[in-house]
Write a protein that binds this ligand. Structure first.
Ligand SMILES: *Cc1c(COP(=O)(O)O)cnc(C)c1O
Length: 355
């Protein structure tokens, strides 16, 4: 009989509760509305920059400090390069940040990005999950109560609901928690109606760390680049974590491509507008047909079908070649998260929802 080598797993690996990523089918027959990728290609400048970087220099390690990219991002966000950290996707930065800045307790909503409890367990940080209101909005009062040394993390807009909080409300949480780090995960902020990002307030609020990704708005989920923006010494904390694992988390091609994103604002404004217009159109049609649609500021909709259980709605769409994401948790089991695709993808989705 074959030996069960799980006996080599130590206590640590036995105790892990890993995240389950959305399905990435190996063939192309699906309309992929399940992982919030951008349906449009990255800027041609980005593709060109990656090609230009693919030469003999690949024998050399990349710049561990990612200076060119940090300078470009700093300029874009109106901060100093020392206030920018670059990581292999924002998930990596979140993992470092949970390990670096939280100890006693963390708060995050009951319905939110499902990687947060994974990181909290990984680093053994106790967490509490205040319930969202019935309309899936965050109750800011849950995060401003006096509770010393309690960190906070939430996405704005929230995932998978798509609902956002306005800037003054986010800042009220940051200011109420001066003795701990507040992480605002801005993965979807580029798709919001107003400028929701609080990155420009990091200098005035040294406990604020904002997290950004190129996976969604910049159509670069395959390149794996994210940023954090915050006080120089928060950035130094992240660097200490990183250099205790792997100093070269962002490769040469990724650094070159990501820097080019910052140079093509016009293209990305155009792509973001298209996604937002499609979102609004699909949302209106679904609502008019009796679907419950949570108002979204992101590149996805959180949708409940009036006549089917979430499980059945998900399976029905899958049979028709449409992949969506469902989270099998109490309050949201009947909802599907549907990423915004091209107009023709969404027409096929809407047609399937008609039946
Ligand atoms: C997609 C997503 C991320 C991860 O982005 P990567 O940069 O691809 O790792 C982080 N936070 C939220 C809320 C997301 O939805």
């Amino acid at each position: 009989m074959k030996r069960d080598v799980r006996e080599f797993w130590n206590e640590r690996v036995r105790g892990l509760a890993p995240y389950t990523p959305g399905e990435q089918p190996r063939d192309q027959r699906f309309i992929k509305l399940n992982t919030n990728e951008n349906p449009y290609p990255p800027s041609p400048l980005v593709v060109e920059a990656v090609k230009q970087a693919a030469d003999d220099r690949l024998r050399l390690y990349p710049d561990p400090e990612c200076w060119e990219l940090r300078e470009a991002a700093a300029e874009r966000f109106g901060v100093q390069p020392e206030q920018v950290f670059v990581g292999n996707g924002s998930d990596e930065i979140l993992a470092f940040a949970f390990g670096a800045f939280f100890a006693d307790k963390i708060l995050f909503p009951d319905v939110t990005y499902s990687f947060y409890p994974v990181y909290a367990r990984l680093w053994d940080v106790p967490f509490e999950r205040p319930l969202l209101n019935d309309d899936f909005s965050i109750n800011p009062g849950d995060y401003t109560k006096d509770a010393p040394h309690t960190g906070v993390v939430f996405p704005n807009p929230n995932a998978p609901t798509g609902r956002s909080m306005d800037v003054p409300t986010v800042l009220s949480i940051v200011k109420a928690r001066k003795d701990s780090v507040v992480i605002v995960d801005e993965a979807y902020a580029a798709f919001s109606k107003e400028n929701l990002s609080v990155a420009r307030f990091v200098t005035a609020n040294p406990n604020l760390l904002t997290i950004h990704t190129l996976s969604k708005f910049a159509s670069l989920a395959g390149l794996r680049v994210g940023f954090a923006i915050g006080d120089e010494n928060l950035i130094e904390g992240l660097r200490r974590m990183r250099d205790s694992f792997n100093s070269y988390t962002v490769d040469r091609l990724a650094q070159a491509g990501a820097a080019a994103v910052m140079k093509d604002r016009a293209y990305y404004e155009y792509v973001i507008r298209k996604v937002v217009d499609t979102r609004e159109r699909v949302s209106t049609v679904l609502s008019s047909r009796g679907f419950e649609v949570i108002p979204s500021d992101a590149n996805f909709l959180f949708v409940r079908c009036p006549s089917r259980k979430g499980e059945d709605f998900f399976a029905y769409l899958r049979e028709r070649g449409i992949l969506t994401r469902r989270f099998n948790e109490n309050r949201i089991a009947d909802f599907l998260r549907v990423s915004i695709g091209t107009d023709s993808d969404m027409d096929i989705f809407l047609e399937a929802c008609r039946e």
